[in-house]
Design a protein around this ligand. Structure first.
Ligand code: LMR
Length: 395
């Protein structure tokens, strides 16, 4: 049976990661996959994570099963991180949070759950969106619709076009929004725009689904969640997929969470039981280690403040790199949008041929779409990268 299968190309982001690793040039620069890099070009283990792991190694007493929802301590801590401590949704038991294998696990389990609620459900995603949203949601059988988000000429949010298209959505349709640090564009909604979208969602009876993969890396933990929290406070139902890959640097530990908000505590208990049954039939229960690290950090004042300080340092460094990068390209065009955008990614706005030239002739790796990871830059390589881009652009 297997001989009928044709080989598939790898996911473009993962393929680029491999091509970069295979490139023997010592001065190559990886601006492809979304991982944070320090001044030395390494993706470090955060200090609080190392300390928490040490504590876990010494204090862990069992490796017994945790159950489909994962650790209750992690889930409570994540509920407060996402929704804010003292959020009435938590107090009123209208919100439940369950641990998932990464943000991807949360996205996929949410999609399976949504199909269970409504087999012909449609989900509206931004154009562009993270490429893996499509197989994660579409693979679960959801019908994908697109709403325009980024004006390809200005590389800024085309909010008018977004609203106009979402007016065509039917009641019960799902709208996927990026909580902050939009991937791939870095162009985020302002709080006023979140308020407008909230109004549209309420008026049309849509179900909001927020992907929160970069909380803390845009402007700060609370600022990045402000739009999501506003929305959560206004609508009866909502889903949030959160990732600890970037803000805790736990990429390979596959640590994430899915928040389910319902109109009442009774509805939430029933909906959560359905979600847990979906999980049991997919992977039974999530891996424990990454969540145990997060739970240890968030549950200890010292570790928590060390983590926040380091995360804030990463966030400020990305903002600095955004400004320095935009300035270094100012002689060949207006790249000020890069300084205004948030999180790891921006489009450079060059052609696939120019992206190819940068890769081939200069060892600079970014996605074919010209999405680049600003957090892959540092003050040492930035002049070299900027000089190469300027050279390619003036040809
Ligand atoms: C990215 O967009 O580069 C990251 O989210 C990593 C991934 O899995 O694609």
């Amino acid at each position: 049976m297997f001989e009928t299968l044709r080989p598939l190309p790898q996911d473009p982001i993962l393929q680029l990661m491999q091509t970069f690793r295979d490139d023997p040039r010592p001065d190559k620069v990886d601006l492809g996959i979304g991982v944070y890099k320090d001044d030395a070009g390494n993706t470090p283990i955060m200090t609080a994570v190392q300390d928490a792991e040490r504590r876990l190694l010494e204090g862990e007493t069992t490796k017994s099963y945790v159950g489909p929802a994962g650790s209750a301590g992690f889930n409570n801590a994540m509920a407060e991180l996402i929704l804010g401590s003292n959020n009435p949704l938590i107090r009123d038991r209208r919100a439940s949070v369950i641990q998932t294998p990464g943000g991807c696990g949360a996205l996929r389990m949410a999609a399976e759950f949504l199909r269970l609620c409504k087999p012909d459900i449609k989900v509206w995603v931004s154009t562009p969106t993270w490429a893996n949203h499509l197989p994660l949601l579409g693979g679960a059988g959801l019908t994908i619709r697109e709403y325009p988000y980024l004006n390809p000429k200005t590389l800024q949010v085309d909010f008018g076009a977004m609203l106009e298209t979402l007016e065509q959505a039917d009641p019960g349709d799902v709208v996927l929004l990026h909580g902050c640090c939009h991937n791939p564009s870095g162009a985020d909604l302002s709080l006023a725009q979140w308020q407008d979208i909230t109004g549209l969602i309420q008026r049309k009876g849509l179900l909001p689904f927020v992907d929160m993969a970069y909380q803390g890396l845009g402007e700060g933990l609370d600022a990045d969640a402000a739009g999501l929290r506003h929305l959560a406070g206004e609508v009866p139902e909502m889903l949030v997929a959160a990732s600890c890959s970037k803000n805790f640097g736990l990429y390979r530990e596959r640590t994430g969470a899915l928040a389910l908000i319902s109109a009442t505590a009774t509805v939430n208990a029933a909906a959560t039981s359905q979600l847990l049954s979906v999980i049991r039939s997919h992977y039974s229960m999530p891996p424990a280690h990454g969540a145990a690290i997060v739970e240890t950090i968030l549950g200890d004042d010292g570790l928590r403040s060390a983590w926040q300080k380091e995360l804030n340092g990463m966030c400020q460094r990305i903002l600095h790199l955004r400004h320095a990068f935009a300035d270094s390209l100012s002689s060949v065009g207006d790249f000020s949008f890069i300084a205004r955008q948030r999180g790891m990614f921006s489009f450079l706005g060059v052609s696939p041929e120019q992206v190819g030239q940068l890769r081939k002739e200069h060892g600079i790796y970014m996605l074919d779409s010209s999405r680049l990871n600003v957090a892959g830059l540092n003050d040492l390589v930035l002049p070299q990268v900027a000089a190469s881009i300027r050279e390619v652009l003036v040809q």
